[in-house]
Design a protein around this ligand. Structure first.
Ligand code: HAM
Length: 417
C-alpha cells in the first residue's frame, strides 16, 4: 500500500506538455477578440459561498441540484467550487461597486470550473472556460457584439464545422404569458412524478429532456418565441439584423434550453459537428434579472463562456492547430565548455528579439545533442565551437531537409526571418 502511485482524481482534465501547447494556444486565441474589444481581466476565487450559486444559477438546474462540489470549510461555512463564472463576476461587481462607474462593465476571465458530471470524452469534472460579461447596458447591438466576439474566437482557431444557434427567452412579460400555456400543456400530458416536479420549477427544462417519448410530446408544446412581447420581439429582431450585418451566420433554435436559470432575452450556443455527444463548445446570453437577485441594482447583463477543452478537441478534429509554430525557431549547441557562455548569451539576445531559442544542456556528445535538437522539433540548428567563435561565422542548418547556409553570428536574427 505504501508508496503506491497516486492518480489524479477521476474526471479532472489536466494539460501536460506537449499537449499543453495546443491548449495554451486555443485559450489565447479564444479570448483575444474580447481583449481587442476592451474587456478587462477579472481574477476571481474558484470557491464561493454556496448560496451564490443556489440563488444565482437556480435550484431547478442540474448544475445546482446534482453537480456542485459543496463542502463545509473549517469555519463551518458552506463553500462550493465554482461550476460557472457569471455568478461570481456579478458578486464581485456588486461587492466592489464596479457598476457605479462606466457602463457597460466589460470583463473577461479564464480558469477552471467544476461540475460533478459523469466523465466522458469532452465532459470533465474540472474543465476550463474563457468568458466575458458585459453588465449594465440593454442594447441589442451589445448582444450582437458579444456573440460576434465569441464567433471570432472560434474562427481564430480555424474552426469551420460549427454552427451558432440563437433564440430569445424574452422579458418577464413574455415568459409569464408562455408559462401559463406551457404548464397547461404539460398538465394535459401523463408524465411521471419527477418530471412533473421538474416542470413545476422550470417548465422550459422539459424541452431539454432526451427521452424519446418526452421529445415527441414536447415537439407540439407551445414555443416561447411565439409569446414574445413587442419589446422582446423588436430586441431580438435587431440582434439578428446586426448579426447579419456583421456576417455572423446563425440559425434560430426555438427549443434551445440553457443549463442555467438566470437567462432572459437573447441566448445562444455554439455547436460543433465533430465532437459526438458533448458538442456544445460555448454558450451564453442575457441575464437581466441576475444582479438584482444577488442583491444589486436592477441592471442587465450579457456574456458567454467558451469551453477551452472542447474547443481544443474541435481544433484537433479539424486539424487546425498550427503544430509547427509551437516549436522553437532555433536550437543552439555548444561544442565545448569554452563556447557555453557565448551560446547562453546568444540565446538570451535572440530571445529579446522575439526568437524562440532552445539550448542543449548537460555533457552530451555532439550526436546526442543533435538528437535532442531533432526531438525538440526546432526548425533550425546552430552548433558553436571555438572555430565559430573565432570566425564569427556559424552554419545555420534547417532541420527538416538538412540544407545549411553560413551566416554571421550577429546576423542570425535576420537569417532566421
Ligand atoms: P455553460 O453553457 O454551462 O455556460 O458552459 C459554457 C461552456 O463550457 C459549454 O458550452 C462547454 O463548452 C463548457 N463546459 C460546460 N461544462 C463542461 C464540462 N463538464 N466539461 C467540459 N466542458 C464543459 C456557462 O457556464 C455560463 N456561465 C456562460 C455565460 C456567461 N452565460 C452568460 N455569461
Amino acid at each position: 500500500m505504501k508508496n503506491e502511485k497516486i492518480q489524479a482524481p477521476k474526471g479532472v482534465r489536466e494539460y501536460l506538455p506537449p499537449e499543453s501547447r495546443g491548449f495554451e494556444w486555443v485559450r489565447n486565441q479564444l479570448i483575444a477578440p474580447a481583449k481587442l474589444a476592451g474587456s478587462q481581466l477579472m481574477e476571481l476565487p474558484v470557491f464561493e459561498d454556496t448560496s451564490l450559486f443556489n440563488r444565482g444559477v437556480g435550484e431547478s438546474t442540474d448544475v445546482v441540484s446534482k453537480e456542485m462540489y459543496t463542502f463545509e470549510d473549517r469555519g463551518g461555512r458552506s463553500i462550493t467550487l465554482r461550476p460557472e463564472g457569471t455568478a461570481g463576476v456579478m458578486r464581485a461587481v456588486i461587492e466592489s461597486n464596479l457598476d457605479r462607474g462606466q457602463l457597460p462593465v466589460k470583463v473577461w476571465y479564464s480558469g477552471q470550473f467544476f461540475r460533478a458530471e459523469r466523465p466522458q470524452a469532452g465532459r470533465y469534472r474540472q474543465f476550463y472556460q474563457v468568458g466575458i460579461e458585459a453588465i449594465g447596458v440593454d442594447d441589442p447591438a451589445l448582444d450582437a457584439e458579444v456573440i460576434a466576439i465569441a464567433d471570432r474566437g472560434f474562427k481564430n482557431l480555424g474552426l469551420k464545422n460549427y454552427r451558432l444557434e440563437i433564440t430569445s427567452l424574452g422579458d418577464n412579460e413574455s415568459r409569464a404569458a408562455h408559462r401559463v400555456d406551457l404548464l397547461n400543456y404539460i398538465k394535459s400530458l401523463s408524465l411521471d412524478e419527477a418530471t412533473t416536479a421538474r416542470a413545476a420549477l422550470n417548465p422550459l427544462r422539459l424541452f431539454d429532456d432526451k427521452r424519446a417519448e418526452v421529445v415527441e410530446v414536447m415537439s407540439k408544446a407551445p414555443l416561447l418565441l411565439d409569446y414574445l412581447s413587442d419589446y422582446s420581439r423588436n430586441h431580438f429582431a435587431k440582434v439578428q439584423e446586426y448579426l447579419n450585418a456583421l456576417g455572423v451566420a446563425f440559425v434560430i433554435n426555438p427549443r434551445m434550453v440553457r443549463g442555467l436559470d438566470y437567462y432572459t432575452g437573447t441566448t445562444f450556443e455554439f455547436i460543433h459537428d465533430g465532437l459526438g455527444a458533448q458538442s456544445g463548445i460555448g454558450g451564453g446570453g442575457r441575464y437581466d434579472g441576475l444582479m438584482e437577485t444577488l442583491g444589486g441594482q436592477p441592471l442587465s447583463g450579457i456574456g458567454f463562456g467558451l469551453g477551452v477543452d472542447r474547443a481544443l478537441l474541435a481544433a484537433i478534429a479539424e486539424a487546425s492547430l498550427p503544430e509547427q509554430s509551437f516549436n522553437a525557431d532555433l536550437f543552439l549547441i555548444a561544442l565545448d565548455e569554452s563556447a557555453k557562455i557565448s551560446v547562453l548569451k546568444l540565446a538570451a539576445d535572440l530571445r529579446i528579439e522575439g526568437v524562440t531559442v532552445e539550448v542543449s544542456f548537460g555533457d552530451k556528445s555532439l550526436k546526442g545533442a543533435v538528437k535532442g535538437a531533432d526531438k525538440s522539433g526546432a526548425q533550425y540548428l546552430v552548433v558553436i565551437g571555438s572555430a565559430e567563435l573565432e570566425s564569427g561565422l556559424v552554419t545555420l542548418k534547417r532541420m527538416n531537409d538538412g540544407t545549411s547556409i553560413s551566416v554571421k553570428m550577429s546576423e542570425l536574427k535576420g537569417a532566421l526571418a
